[in-house]
Design a protein around this ligand. Sequence first.
Ligand code: AHR
Length: 515
Amino acid sequence: MRQANVHLDRNFTIGRTDPRLFGAFVEHLGRGVYGGLYEPGHPAADERGFRRDVLDLVKELGPTIIKYPGGNFSHTYNWEDGVGPVEERPKRMSYVWASTEPNTFGTNEFIEWCRLAGVEPMLVVNLATRGPKEAADFVEYCNHPGGTMLSELRKAHGWDKPHGVRFWCLGGEMDGVWQTGGKTADEYGRFAAQAAKIMRWVDDSIELAVSGSSGPYMPSFGSWDETVLQHAFDHVEWISAHTYLNNWRDDTPAFLASADIVDAFIEGVIAVADAAAAKRRSAKRIMLSFNEWNVWYRTQRHNAHHRPPGWPIAPAIFEEVYSVEDALAVGGVLISFANHADRVRSACLAQLVNVIAPITTETGGPAWRQATFYPFAQMSRLARGDVLRTRVDCETYATAYYDWYGAQEVFHPVPHAAYLKLAAVANEGGGLTLFALNRDVEQEMAALVNARGFGRLAVAEATVLTDSDLKAANTKAAPDRVRPTKLSGVAVGSETVRIELPPASWSVIRLTAAS
Ligand code: AHR
């Protein structure tokens, strides 16, 4: 059995988890909206067409903020197409997804759905094929109380009160060669700064996220962010980051080590943002909005996956079926985010329903939880509080994570991946929750956690997600094949917790102050 020693102290904190760390993403893509959260005529749909079975699962999943309407979709979107009488809304080509967009679900429906789901909306403006004025118009339509053309239009559409949308993204992945209307860093940075300025003139309470580089594998990573911030630093609170992890090589240890690449990615973006601050002698700290992240590879690489013939409405694309090992990788990224809680203050799991999603539906049929549902739901529920600095002493392994950009294959060396990846969160009332990923695919691990300043603890709940078949997944026929089960090997002492973690497992141990 492998051994690990963990040291933490209640007084040594990284930062408080921002509720927005547990966000998700809904794009007009595939069956994310139509046949996903919205399906008029479905037996579980309400009078507005919102699937209540999906809403129930969303509430259980616990996202706090949801990005909408894209993604790549937003770069050809006219927000005006999705408001007003449904029968008058135009059908449009969604170029990037080779689909027909019926526009029967738009911003007002989304806001209404968010209120029902108890989540905050995060809206993305089109800065690729439209400009600052249309972005400011969108803010006016949503947030201005009344007395102007667009705010009165919203009222005429049945929304008397402003939507009060706080979080706005200035496009996304603007450095991608795949982008409809991509820009150079200088072009985009200037454009984003102008858009931000007038959007804030319309509503000075909004928060703005500028688009960072699409990923650490991009040739322009770092320099893109640096140039964009030269233009936009004074106009934004956030910079976005995206990541999609893969297991193309079917190399589970390398796949599970990929969360360490996310750590390095986060630290790289922070360094660039803080260099921009230093150049200005500014105390302002730009926060990271990791507003797209997930495991995504099986349905990603081939054009056929996202260019269905015949311009269908809501084709079934990117419907990744997630396995146990995918859930472990998702857990690893959640640990990376928690351990950077001081700077990663918002993140969106991409996406929410059907499209690379933790929730799957059958159009006209049931909805079920994917394996990745569980680590997210547990983190959203239990990682609320102060994330503690941890020292993890255990053996490491050397590996290389495989990635690709265009036709180019890239290997990212991870020379020191600790077998145990862990986050510790001090909860209200003297509690402590541990999130532990055992990345050793062969050996069990005994982890001894020395928890200074917690006194005697009691185990309130302890679960583990693992399987003798790491490729096991939930399906319509077997929706509960993969789910967390009770973790038995947890023993508490005075300021110590000893945990036995099965090989290749994700464990969550919630401890409360012993009475
Ligand atoms: O989430 C799916 C797509 O991935 C988004 O539209 C885009 O931003 C990213 O490339």
